[in-house]
Design a protein around this ligand. Structure first.
Ligand SMILES: [Zn+2]
Ligand SMILES: [Zn+2]
Length: 268
């Protein structure tokens, strides 16, 4: 089995540590990784800003800008070349999924996908209490404001999120659609803070089954994302262990992803 970190960020990330991607790669090499995917947050659809009601900083720091894309791709491709005798580096994006902006996302991927080798599709935003989009992972205050009507009914909150993940899995995003779904249970990030820490009910398990079936049909993969383990209010890997076990039984590959935004987090 190849030792791969399939989910990492760079100094381009506005909510990251600013640590240099190059030093992160050097650490991965020292740790014995053979493969490393650079998956910076892709730009958000411009239409989102008028349909978003969470903290402005959440939106402003979520991703790189469209103007930065060529510079980022050039930067990552140079590192790929520079280190190719020591580690296989894939260049790519962590792309946000929005049911409302699939066309924009498809066009983005059509334009830049041929300069990438490995991409992740993630849900970080969801319509909240007012029907506008809110961040799922900015902070607990913002989350509470956006989703307070659902927090008292965790299974309903989970269901809303998992339906989006299912749409992401099934979406037609063109020939460069990311093959891997990122942190499938990100909705658990603040679970211990809000008391959401419970099993998925039968309906939600059924949605998860559909997601796995959809991935299987498309030769898709799941991000086995360890970032949640180190989050104060999550304390578990994304996704839940039983989901990983079921994916393995169905031969849906799990790809380790540290989701590192700093040198410290590489491979951990
Ligand atoms: Zn990030
Ligand atoms: Zn993410």
């Amino acid at each position: 089995m190849i030792k791969k970190d399939g989910h990492t960020h760079t100094e381009f990330c506005p909510h990251g540590s600013g640590d240099k991607c190059e030093v992160m790669i050097q650490k991965a090499i020292k740790m014995g990784f053979q493969e490393y995917s650079i998956t910076e947050h892709a730009p958000l659809p411009p239409q989102l800003s008028s349909n978003y009601n969470g903290t402005q900083a959440g939106l402003a720091t979520a991703s790189i800008t469209l103007e930065q894309v060529p510079h980022y791709l050039d930067f990552a491709t140079k590192l790929q070349q520079q280190y190719r005798s020591q580690i296989k580096i894939n260049v790519g994006f962590e792309v946000d999924y929005f049911a409302d902006y699939e066309r924009w996302t498809r066009e983005f991927l059509d334009q830049y996908g041929n300069q990438t080798q490995d991409n992740i599709l993630s849900v970080h935003f969801m319509p909240g209490i007012d029907g506008k989009y809110w961040c799922l992972d900015y902070n607990t205050d913002d989350f509470e404001q956006g989703f307070k009507n659902l927090i008292a009914q965790p299974q309903n909150l989970f269901q809303k999120f998992l339906r989006l993940e299912l749409s992401a899995a099934q979406a037609n995003l063109g020939q460069y659609k990311p093959q891997r779904l990122g942190h499938l249970t990100l909705i658990r990030k603040y679970q211990d803070y809000f008391g959401l820490s419970q099993e998925f009910n039968a309906d939600n398990q059924e949605i998860i089954n559909k997601i796995l079936m959809s991935l299987k049909q498309q030769d898709g993969q799941l991000d086995l994302n360890t970032a949640g383990l180190y989050k104060e209010y999550c304390n578990q890997v994304y996704p839940d262990d039983w989901i990983s076990e079921r994916a393995q039984k169905m031969s849906v590959p799990l790809v380790f992803g540290s989701d590192a935004h700093s040198i410290l987090e590489v491979g951990h």
